[in-house]
Ligand binder design. Structure first.
Ligand code: NAD
Length: 291
């Protein structure tokens, strides 16, 4: 790494808090090194109080861009010049690109999820999916899936602080895309079973299954799944959540969140460098294997 840094090296940041645990710096720097690109990616502890100054710094230092994570994803748009259509619809940004002083906000989480399906030979386009979650990950996946051509989407969430966001997402999808989206309360488990029954794919887009909810799932029993259903989880730590374990026991094809993590990073990498991330090399480094 030290041998790579020169007077010409372009800096890309990651602005979030907490952020020291992130695997993005290792992933992005490995990809730059593999392709011999003169970029460096560093994590900065930035929260809502210091975000405006950090973006001013990004402009002043002419950084090539940055990733943005919690708690800044839904507020950073205030300090940017433009938004991609998906970022506009999601109301969230995870990637900033600096084009000669013009800062554009993108959201690549949904792109990452859709690309990870494709990479795993799963084709949900023109079909029905059922998804649980209405936070950052859920919204990004739902908007991107609708933009990409999923035909029908049943979205479930608890009636918690994310419910209003779920309602807004369903409205945006129905008004702006060809996809027909419907929202249901996750407490209605009969309805959940019914909607999963005629779906091609079921997705968890909540943190249920990872710490502090590790070992848990809101799926009551195996009768909710059938062998030809595809079951995916945004969680990748642990690699196999209780829900994925249950789905595997039924015989479903499953996919955890590692591929989404890789491909959201790959989409950002391409926006900054104009080059494709060396995916097969990164899969080896991250030990990503599909079922
Ligand atoms: P968030 O806080 O924005 O949203 C949380 C969501 O989980 C909401 O829909 C909420 O209603 C729901 N929820 C919380 N507790 C629940 C419970 N006990 N039962 C049912 N629903 C519950 O979080 P987020 O940013 O959307 O992240 C969600 C998960 O996605 C996290 O585990 C995160 O690590 C993961 N994630 C993965 C990737 C990836 O690249 N694989 C990217 C982003 C997020």
């Amino acid at each position: 790494m030290a041998e790579r840094i020169t007077g010409h090296t372009e800096l890309i940041g990651l602005m979030a808090y907490p952020i020291r645990h992130s695997s993005s710096p290792a992933m992005q720097n490995e990809a730059f090194a593999k392709l011999g690109l003169d970029y460096a990616y560093l994590a900065f502890e930035v929260d809502n109080d210091t975000l405006e100054d950090a973006i001013k710094g990004l402009r002043a230092l002419r950084m090539k861009g940055s990733n943005v994570s919690m708690p800044n994803k839904t507020v950073v748009h205030k300090y940017l010049d433009k938004l991609s259509p998906a970022a506009e619809l999601c109301g969230a940004v995870n990637t900033i690109v600096n084009d000669n002083g013009v800062l554009t906000g993108h959201i690549t989480d949904g792109i990452g999820y859709m690309q990870s399906l494709k990479d795993n030979n799963i084709d949900v386009i023109g079909k029905k999916m059922t998804i649980v979650g209405a936070g950052g990950a859920g919204t990004a996946i739902e908007i991107q899936a609708a933009l990409d051509g999923v035909k029908e989407m049943s979205i479930f969430n608890r009636k918690d602080e994310f419910w209003a966001n779920a309602e807004a997402t369903v409205k945006k999808i129905n008004e702006n895309t060809q996809c027909k989206a419907t929202l249901y309360d996750l407490a209605d488990l009969d309805k959940l079973k019914e909607e999963i029954a005629d779906s091609y794919l079921f997705a968890n887009a909540t943190g249920v299954g990872m710490k502090p909810l590790e070992g848990q799932t809101y799926i009551p029993d195996k009768s909710f799944f059938r062998p030809d259903l595809i079951v995916t989880d945004v969680v990748y730590s642990p690699r196999e959540t209780a829900m994925l374990k249950m789905a595997k026991e039924v015989g479903c094809k499953t996919m955890n969140g590692l591929g989404m993590m890789l491909f959201q990073g790959a989409a950002a990498f391409e926006l900054w460098t104009g080059q494709q991330m060396p995916i097969e090399h990164m899969k080896e480094v991250l030990d990503i294997k599909y079922d």
